[in-house]
Every structure is written in structure tokens, then in C-alpha cells.
Design a binder for this molecule. Sequence first.
Ligand SMILES: Nc1ncnc2c1ncn2[C@@H]1O[C@H](COP(=O)(O)OP(=O)(O)OP(=O)(O)O)[C@@H](O)[C@H]1O
Length: 322
Amino acid sequence: MKPSGPGRLHAATGPGAGANTVPGAVEPGQARRILIIANPTAGGFNARTLEEIAEKLRTGGHHVHIQLTRRAGEIGATCAGPTLKADVVVIAGGDGSINEAITGFGERADPPALAVVPFGTANVLAQELKLPFKPARIAEMILADRRKPLHYGLANGHPFVLMASAGVDAQVVHAIPLDLKRRFGKLAYVLTALKIAFSGRKGSDIEVLTQGETIRCRLAVITNGKCYGGPFVICPEAAVTEPGLHLVALRRDDIAASLWAGIALALGRIHKARNVITRPVSHAEIRSSAPVAAQIDGDPFGMTPLVVEAVQNTVPIIVPRP
Ligand SMILES: Nc1ncnc2c1ncn2[C@@H]1O[C@H](COP(=O)(O)OP(=O)(O)OP(=O)(O)O)[C@@H](O)[C@H]1O
């Protein structure tokens, strides 16, 4: 797909020729190799934004290369590949692109630092980390190089940074047409959810087996972070930069219960809703008598069963100043 944003994009290497006048500029010996991997199909992709960031980083004295992906899977392959020689990998894309990078880094003993240019439709990680959206601010953040450990979980052995879930939310993720998502952004999720809700959906009962307990529900979300679906807080105790996963389970998912859950989520009170069960979890098995749609980090992830576990591994991620 062609880049949708304005501006001509060219990949280039080498530190900027200009004087080091930007905050965070380094001496030549400290120049970092910064690889920007951009998904041109991500919602909100803008080539000019990338050029502006790259230019500021070069002016800061760093070696910058931009790689535009040509297919799904390329980010993961680049991040896992033996030829990756970068001190910082900047992912310009949404949560699915970030997931690919983490999955690729999972193959490495000593992964480079990760930074994010928040394109994407929902980009929950950007909300979670309060990442800047303006090119100059993003470049400043990368130059300042303030790092935190990014924790992640595994679902059936596959990394997820934000959440793994089974139930109606995953059914929406499976059903959403790509052209609708590109045209309407987040509204496409609402439209698809309404279509599913009013189509006479029956859904299935789900069991979550965790720490010797069996929790019966209709929607099971295991979250690594506090945000869900954008800036909405699903679990105030969770943070992607702290260890620990949390279960947020909905006992009922009929239209009325789902509507209440949506309102409670929008108000940041879903964890207190009567229909909701929450638990910290380190290991959970999600199963159902009939297969139920599953998703991780906003992308389809087959059907139940899911085995979800916390891991010790982390990836250093560049975050803004508090
Ligand atoms: N060149 C490409 N062509 C097609 N798909 C791609 C390409 N590069 C990456 N992808 C895939 O596109 C998927 C979705 O992209 P991404 O998550 O970046 O954007 P989004 O779907 O708009 O945002 P979000 O996940 O935040 O809603 C990713 O899972 C990634 O694997």
C-alpha cells in the first residue's frame, strides 16, 4: 500500500551535517544507530512526520535509517534478524506493529531500546505511556533517551504488550473490515460491535482457571497495562512498565450488560462494576466448550483455548519525561 500521509519519504543514513544545536545532541563518539521501522498501512501514517523526526535526530548527531515495511511480518523479522545493528529501534505504527517488534526482540538476549512514533488506529501503548504525538516532541524524547523496562506477557507462547482476551471484544477485532477501520478509525470498532450485538449473537461461556480458582464469565481480558481501547482505564493497578498481569472478566455480555460495561469503562470505573471480576494473575488458562474468538494487542489471535502467563523478560522502552 502506498504511504497515505503527505510528504516524500527517503531512507537515509549518517549523522546530520548541521551543528548539534538541539537539546540532547551528542559528540560524534556517542552517536547512536537509530532504525525507524514504519508501517505505511497503519492508521494516521504520515511520511512528513517521520522525515521531521529523522532530521532532528540527525541534527542531534545520530545515524538514522528509515525502513518502510512492505508486508505484515517484516517488523518482526527485522527485529529478530541477525543483521539488525541498531542501538534504538523506533516503531512508527500502532499496537500490532509494536507487538511484532516485541515478538522479534523476544528472540534476542540483549534487545536494543524501543521507541514509538504513535501512528495506528487506537495505539493504546501510546496512551499508556503518555507518549507525545508531535514530531518535535517525539524527537526530543528519543534524544533524551530516558528508558524504562517494558514488561509483556505470553499467550500460547506469543508475546503481548497490552492485553490478551477472549469474548465479544475479540469477536469485534476478528470481524472489523480493514477498509472500515481505515475510513472511520476507532468509530469502526463501535459500528462493528453494534452490528454484532444486534445480530442475535449468542456467545459462549468461558472459564478462566487461575491460581486454583475457576472463574466463569463471558469475556476474559488479561491485561498487562491500565488502558484499554484507547485512553480508557480498565485496571488502575496495572502498568506496562511494572511486572504483573491482571484478569478483568465480565460475568454477562448481553446488550444491557455490555452497554453498562462500556459506560463504566468510559468513566474509568469498570474495575468497580458489579458485573466485573478482577484478579492479579501470573498464569491463567482460558477455555470454553465452544471455540471463542481471541485477540492480542488488538489483532486477531485465533480461538480459545488460551494459556496466558507472565514472564520475567523486559525490553527497554524510551519514555517521555514525567
Ligand atoms: N506493509 C505492511 N502491509 C500490510 N500490513 C502490515 C505492513 N506492515 C505492518 N503490517 C501489519 O499491520 C498490522 C496493523 O498495523 P498497526 O497495528 O501498526 O496499525 P493499526 O491497525 O492502524 O493500529 P492499532 O493496532 O493501534 O489499532 C500489524 O499487525 C502489522 O503486522
